[in-house]
Design a protein around this ligand. Sequence first.
Ligand code: GLU
Length: 319
Amino acid sequence: MVGRKWFFALVVVLGLAVSAPQAMAKQDILFGGAAITGVYYQVALQISNMMNKHASDKYNYIGRPTGGSVFNINAIDRGAFDFAVAQSDRNWQGFNGAADWEGKPLAGLRSVFSMHPETVMLVTNKAAGIKTVADLKGKRVNIGNPGSGQRGNAEDVLRIYGLDFNKDFSSEALQQAEASRALVDQKIDAFFYTVGNPSAAIEEPAQSVDLDMIPLNSDALKAFVAEHPYYIMTSIPAGTYKGIDKDVETYAVTATVITNEAVAEEVVYDMVKTVFENLDELKGSHAAFRVLDPKEMLQGLSAPLHPGAEKYYKEKGWM
Ligand code: GLU
C-alpha cells in the first residue's frame, strides 16, 4: 500500500512540475477602474473577463477598484497598472501638464481607445430644495475625493457659477460609494459625479429617496465647453433614473482606456484585438456600453495612441 501511495505522490509532483512552467508563463495584467458603484470598475472587470476568457493562455487580467481618473493616471505613470480608465479631460491635462499636473507633464501616458460618454452631474436630495447651482449656498455638498475625475469638474462648474466651495457651502471630499450613502442618510444635500449612465451610484439612492438633477447649462458654462475640444453639451434623457422625469441638460466627457508607453506592444495589441473582435460581448455586459461604436472609439483620444493599438487600427484600415 505504501508503495502505491508514493507512486501517486510522485505522479502528482511530476504533474505539477510539468504544468508549472505553463502557469508561470501567464502574465498578470492590472486594470484600474474606479468606485465599485461607478462604470469604470465595470470597464476594468468586463474587459478583464473577456481577456481571461479569450486569451487565458497568455494573460491573467485583474480589475481593481480605485479612487478614479486622477489616481489612475498617476498609477499608470508609475507603472503600477498596465491599463486604467480616465476621463478624456484629465488625460489631456496629464499629458500636457495642466491642472493636477501643472508643470509636470506625464510624457509616457498613452491612449488605447475611447469608451462610453460620461456626464457631469449635480445630483440632489429633493428634500433639500435645490433648484439651481446658486441654491447650493449654505448646503452640504460632496465635490469628490481628490483622486477622482469629478472633483475637477465640480471645481470648474462652481467657479463658472461664481461659488467658492471653501466659503459658500460645506464641502465634502467623499469617495462616490460613500457619497451616495450620505445623500440617502441626509448627511449631504447634493453630490457632483461625472459618470456613464446608468450608474449604480445614482440608481441605488434613487430607490430610497427622491432625487433631483440640476441642469448645468448657463451661458458661461456653454462658453467654457465650447473652448475645450474634449467637452460637449448633451442631456441625460428623462427616465434614466427613477424620479427624474425631465431631460437634464449638462456637458459630457469621454471615458478613455489608457496605458503607459512602457507597456509591451504585444500586450496592448492583444487586448485591443480581443476587445474589437468581441465588441458585442462588451456592449452586452453593461447598459452604459451599448452605445460603443468602433469609429467613435478612435475619437476623442487626448494622449498619443500606444503603438500596440495603432498596429491593430492600421491592420483594420481604420487609420
Ligand atoms: N469619472 C469618474 C472619475 O474619473 C469615475 C466614474 C466611474 O467610475 O464610472 O473618477
